[in-house]
Write a protein that binds this ligand. Sequence first.
Ligand code: FRU
Length: 510
Amino acid sequence: MKNRSSENDINRRHVEALARAESSVAKVSGQVAWDPMRMRYHLMAPAYWINDPCGLVEFKGEYHMFYQFNPYAPLWGHMHWGHARSRDLIHWEHLPIALAPSEPYDMHPRGGIFTGCAMADGDELKVIYCGSTGEGSSLCQVQCLAVSRDGVHFIKDPENPVIGQPPPEGSANFRDPNIWRHNDWWYMVLGTCQDERGKAVLYRSRDMKQWEYIGVMAASDGTLGTMWECPDFFPLGDKYVLIFSPMGLGKVKGLYLVGDLDYETGHFEWYSKGELDYGCEYYAPQTFEDSQGRRIMFGWLNAWEWMPCFQGFGPTVKNNWCGAVSLPRVLSLDQNGHLCCAPAQEVESLREEGFHWENFLLHPGEKMINGKAGGVSLEIVLLCDLKKTTARELGLVLRANEETGRQTVLRYFPATGELVFDRSKADACHAEESRCRCPADESGLVSLRVFVDSSCVEVYGNGGSVCMTNRIYPDEGCTQTEIYAKDGEANIVSLDVWTLKSIEETASGK
Ligand code: FRU
């Protein structure tokens, strides 16, 4: 018989831990808000550190996002679940911190309340998160349940942890539970590793408390990472998709596998795979299905220091904040089993002033946009006809300042279909490029949709069939935007630029 605390004791400790965390954040959030590098329309924590978005769910008609949150410093540690709520996936209201470490199974200094998921179950919102038990090298991750009636205040289950032992075919590193409903069962996928190979393992339960191990869904054969973090499994069309964040794979930070699941053995037979984002700063994405039937994904706009393209968490740390969450991406599969991630339609509500050009030839040295649409908060949509393009290179210059030479450049090479995100002159912190292939379709058309914010750029090529996300930290004076062609002409079918509203301003009606 386990020695369990009563529900009242658990609650009291939890409420105290939450209050301590809230008062820590309140001390700095006013000052943090003035930093010009704060994003204009990407969600951030009110202050200090944020990593993975998690527990994404639509509950009683509202979208909820929880996130890995350190309310004590702009660095990883003391993991809590921060909480925000939205009606449109764009404008977020900060809610009280949802979960704080307070119990022996979730307050280890190297642990805390790690990533997990949320599910509406009747009238209740249930979350399952990863905690940890044990000491030193015997530290073992465990899975825990907490429940809320109002979607704001959570009570930890007195029977926690609900999974206290590592999976038979995994290790003590097993985390980031994600659950879904199928045929009267709750199913859970967890990320783990064994012998330096990442794995996703499957469990099932009737009540979210007693979990039965089923088996390994999928595992690395040695080429897919040493540990799989943040697995997420969902139906898309008539297929299933498994996404995860692999460790130890260099620049590859997010993978998806497409296939079919055998619910009896747990085996996921996959036939196609790909990368979720080709930039350096898009990690630990999670998805959920909303009431419109859309599969929506949000990711963390940073990456860990163990990644080769890691260049530090940037200058915002000294202003007491670090990290942000991507725009909502709506997932779909094409007939080849390729995953497309396109911005949710709601992002269009951010559009303010728009500029439109169409059907023109861009000559080398010509200036188009400059002086018309500049700033730090923009959406740019470019459609180019490569069949009528002779330029060897074309692209967009973003967040530039002619006087200081600062610029971020998106270069496109028609001959190879290669797209390069060059931030060598973007700021004082970055040097690395990111690149991917973004070939034209059969009619020769290639499109780029680019979202520029104060300290990040999200790029969607060909309607989201490739994504590339990077942080940049130019100063406020870097506001020029330009399109260019080199060594020949570019045939531009259309070019649209919008300045985008700030979500804070919209929220307060300014
Ligand atoms: C991914 C991750 C998760 C873990 C969390 C801890 O970024 O490492 O595996 O739950 O962050 O904050």
